[in-house]
Design a protein around this ligand. Structure first.
Ligand code: FES
Length: 92
């Protein structure tokens, strides 16, 4: 399966099911900061899901809380918390 990052330098990353979007971004050497080290607390890794949202894990309690605080829209997730089980297209 793959996670595709769109934007200025589009790139597709082959990952194992259950991989986080953050792990795929790191594998693709996408420059993105993770101040809370991927614990779903800071919201810095918020990402726009362009397609394949149904292939992501449901937001856990921590992610839901941060998304609420950030007033995120329904197409946004935390890259460090969203685990992909099939193809996803997203953009930081
Ligand atoms: S790195 Fe802090 S919420 Fe994802």
């Amino acid at each position: 399966m793959k996670i595709c990052f769109t934007g200025n330098a589009p790139i597709d990353v082959e990952v194992e099911p259950g991989s986080s979007i953050a792990a795929a971004a790191r594998a693709a050497s996408i420059e993105q900061k993770y101040p809370c080290r991927g614990y779903g607390r800071c919201g810095t890794c918020i990402v726009n899901i362009e397609s394949g949202a149904e292939n992501l894990s449901q937001p856990n309690e921590s992610e839901s809380r941060v998304l609420r605080i950030l007033k995120a829209n329904s197409g946004q997730r935390l890259a460090c918390q969203a685990l992909a089980n099939d193809d996803v297209v997203c953009r930081f």
